[in-house]
Design a protein around this ligand. Structure first.
Ligand code: PLP
Length: 402
């Protein structure tokens, strides 16, 4: 049983009041709150274990290293990677994608080669490719979306050519809540021998991911969006590709031998992990993934999907309500009449409700929708139907003020 009231007790911040009102936190797409077990695991490591990993012969260093490498194994199991050498710790989805753009770009992309993105990508899956474009004149092609906020899959095959080298696609849209048919996209790309990078920033917290079953070539997600700490994320990559890619950054940890004449690199995954890693955050991330696994995705999905469709139905009873996208999963973007998204978000905040407003780092998508921004309510496993009702009532109140 999914005991929501007990689950809420695991998240201390949910007891806060804002302007004297109970906090209703509906900005989980931006970042999630942390359960006490994550905070305590990290505090415990700072209090009792802290030492730099990998290089030490002393007890604490070895203990910290064990925790850090156990965290890598937890991530491996969470996404069912074949081996932990395919799990690279980064600062987050953004760094993971930049790593691939830079390193895969250097290894495999030449002037005139093509990369396929989609109209619903977050800036972090657009700009790294444009930065690469400044160095190598790659061509960026964009898969369009339909008016109901889904990928126009029928348009995808025609975007491939014999110069296509990579497809980069978000699994779940952070604006529209669309869950893209990732397995189909990957199958299509592979039938043309093109690898696929999956941006799983919004997918990892809400649906089970099995990289071997998906057969994706790269997959990125952020710890802070899945109840873990900030500043830590994951890049999964197929060993075969990672082996052929040059290091992203240089420094300690990523080397085998260094001399002024010649430097050799460490084995995977360390080749891509220059410098001291955030080994306390990896412990926190592992604890967060354990927390999610203990609740289980069947229960999490049942709860979040019921909550999302209930909220969507209730919102649609409000006159002037426009919802953008299908809200398949935990994300509802909307505008109400002529009320500016910023005004609506600010007034909701005064009522204790935290939502996000603006372009959500997806300006090309806003251009496609012909709007400047939306209000976005995004859910996590600890949100309730009472909170959804409070959101709807608060929007009604704001409407009356206008
Ligand atoms: N991709 C998507 C779909 C996102 O929603 C986000 C964050 O909102 C990112 C990438 C970037 O994540 P981060 O800022 O944690 O690197």
């Amino acid at each position: 049983m999914f005991d929501i009231q007990n689950i809420r007790k695991d998240f201390p911040i949910l007891e806060r009041t804002i302007y004297g009102k109970p906090l209703i936190y509906l900005d989980n797409g931006a970042t999630t709150q942390k359960p006490r077990c994550v905070i305590e695991a990290m505090t415990e490591e700072y209090l009792n274990v802290n030492a730099n990993v990998h290089r030490g012969v002393h007890y604490l260093s070895q203990q910290a290293t064990e925790l850090h490498e156990a965290a890598r194994e937890t991530v491996r199991q969470f996404i069912n990677a074949r081996t932990s050498s395919e799990i690279i710790f980064t600062r987050g989805t953004t760094e993971s994608i930049n790593l691939v753009a830079s390193s895969f770009g250097q290894a495999f992309l030449r002037d005139g080669d093509e990369v396929i993105l989609t109209q619903m990508e977050h800036h972090s899956n657009i700009v790294p490719w444009q930065l690469l474009q400044a160095r190598t004149r790659i061509i960026i092609k964009v898969c369009p979306i339909t008016d109901d906020g889904r990928l126009d899959i029928a348009a995808l095959p025609a975007l491939f050519s014999d110069r296509t080298r990579l497809v980069c696609c978000t699994y779940v849209s952070n604006v529209l809540g669309t869950v893209n048919p990732m397995a189909d996209i990957i199958r299509l790309a592979h039938s043309r021998e093109v690898p696929v990078l999956v941006d799983a920033a919004q997918a990892a917290p809400h649906l089970p991911i099995d990289v071997q079953q998906l057969d994706c070539d790269f997959l990125a997600f952020s710890g802070h969006k899945i109840y873990g700490p900030t500043g830590i994320g994951v890049l999964y990559g197929k060993e075969r590709l990672l082996e052929q890619m040059p290091p992203y950054m240089g420094g300690g940890e990523m080397i085998a031998r260094v001399s002024f004449e010649h430097t050799t690199y460490n084995a995977l995954p360390y080749k891509f992990e220059a410098g001291t890693p955030d080994y306390v955050a990896t412990t926190g991330l592992a604890r967060a993934l354990d927390y999610v696994s203990a609740l289980g995705f069947p229960a999490i999905q049942a709860h979040e999907q019921a909550l999302t469709s209930y909220t969507r139905e209730q919102l649609l009873t409000i006159p002037g309500m426009r919802i953008f996208g299908p809200s398949d999963d935990a994300v509802i973007s909307f505008l109400v009449g002529e009320i500016h998204h910023l005004d609506l978000g600010t007034l909701l905040d005064r009522l204790g409700i935290a939502v996000r407003t603006g372009h959500h780092c997806a300006e090309p998508l806003m251009q496609r929708l012909g709007i400047e921004g939306t209000v976005r309510a995004s859910f996590a496993l600890y949100n309730t139907t009472e909170e959804a009702d409070a959101l709807v009532a608060a929007i009604q109140r704001v409407r009356q003020m206008f």
